[in-house]
Design a protein around this ligand. Structure first.
Ligand code: BJ8
Length: 383
């Protein structure tokens, strides 16, 4: 039986929304985020909470297109449309926006950066800066200073102090989450994998809006069940082993993953921000916590970074670890970073004889059939 909603998290979403609403009423600050580069550890250490605002809905795109160009990434349009809609009393957006006091954005791709400037007219938006060449001289020092500045901003916004003890505690908790996610992903190295990729994707999406404690408990129970029974309730498909690499898949945007499974591919790993990137590299718990956070977060191999060789070696490494037969490289339309970076990744994979299928899509369903035909041919080729 295919899991529609992983049972480990039943009712967790509704409870979470109620909890955040209640906490906010009591004065807790709720931060809206859009990106993996914003360290949760600092937000929690400041006594605030967070929820993801990344839009996965097609419905809010027309609202955004009233002020943004149409030819930009649908994730940007959907997210912006959700904020505009919610702030103008609309009913299209998910309930997250109305829970949020402040947006903490990040200087990643151009479309997002420019969108955030306009979003600030609707919700107070703080932008965390990032060095775009993470391995260059001074990049780490710069990012440490940026994180400290962000911490000071949160202290001001919440009226709380971030002390070393609270930061270390949150780093430790976040590392526990990373360890559990790694344990879950490790089970997928089996042949056939004991759990469906689409179910894991739904779990990965939950990490950005559930409370970390509830999320960890759900993952722990999931791992225990898989390790005890050899598989989850979902049946393994047993087809070619597929890595999905590319843009994140926020809740609602599972189209490509669904098609791969429907056509018989066994998704064994996702190289994306809704995949391995969220738990790779624990934060060092021994040294200065600000430096340790900066060092860990700067290693996130987002395509906004240049040169992004780290991503290429990680993809090759994941392909080996998970015994991948082929890579489905899934990008969103107009996401230039991930679309262009595909060339170097495809070249590197070719040296290992691993074929790659590029799929560029949007939030609509008009291309489902066409993607299905291409995925089917790809799976046949690598079977
Ligand atoms: S760390 S991947 S979450 S920026 S898909 S909006 S890049 S045009 S989402 Fe991302 Fe952070 Fe990077 Fe991860 Fe721009 Fe591309 Fe759209 Fe994107």
């Amino acid at each position: 039986m295919h899991l529609k909603s992983p049972g480990y998290f039943r009712d967790a979403y509704e409870r979470r929304i109620t909890e955040l609403r209640e906490d906010r009423r009591k004065g807790k600050k709720i931060i809206g985020t859009f990106c993996l580069f914003v360290p949760d550890e600092i937000i929690f250490a400041a006594g605030a909470d967070r929820i993801i605002l990344c839009g996965g809905s097609q419905e809010t795109i027309p609202v955004a297109e009233q002020s943004l160009p149409r030819n930009i990434c649908p994730l940007i349009k959907s997210s912006f449309g959700a904020v505009v809609d919610a702030c103008c009393g609309g009913t299209l957006a998910c309930p997250h926006v109305s829970l949020v006091d402040i947006v903490v954005a990040e200087a990643t791709c151009d479309g997002k950066k420019k969108m955030y400037e306009i979003m600030d007219e609707y919700l107070p938006t703080y932008v965390l800066d990032l060095p775009q060449k993470p391995d260059s001289l001074g990049a780490l020092e710069y990012f440490i200073a940026e994180l400290r500045k962000f911490g000071a901003y949160l202290e001001d916004a919440t009226g709380n102090t971030i002390n070393e003890e609270s930061l270390r505690r949150e780093i430790h908790r976040a590392n526990e989450t990373r360890t559990l996610l790694r344990r879950l992903f490790d089970t997928r190295k089996q042949d056939p994998p004991p759990v469906r990729g689409t179910d894991v994707l739904k779990v990965m999406q939950r990490q950005f809006f559930l409370s970390p404690g509830v999320f960890r408990e759900g993952i722990r129970r999931m791992c225990e069940e898989i390790e005890k029974t050899g598989q989850l309730r979902a049946l393994p498909t047993g087809g070619p082993r597929i890595m999905i690499a590319g843009c994140p898949m926020p809740s609602g945007i599972e189209k490509v993953a669904n098609i791969v499974e429907q056509k018989g591919g066994a998704i064994v790993v996702e190289e994306s921000c809704t995949g391995t990137r969220s738990f790779e590299d624990p934060v060092d718990e021994t040294g200065d916590p600000w430096a340790a956070l900066a060092s860990r977060y700067l290693k996130i191999p987002c395509a906004c970074m240049t040169p992004n060789d780290r991503r290429i070696s990680r993809i090759l490494d994941l392909a080996k670890q998970y015994k991948v037969d082929g890579v489905v490289y899934s990008t969103l339309q107009f996401c230039h970073g991930y679309n262009i970076e595909r060339q170097r990744i495809q070249k590197a994979l070719r040296t290992e004889n691993i074929p790659l299928l590029p799929i560029e899509s949007d939030y609509g369903n008009s291309d489902v059939e066409q993607i299905g035909v291409r995925v089917e041919a790809f799976l046949e080729m690598i079977s």
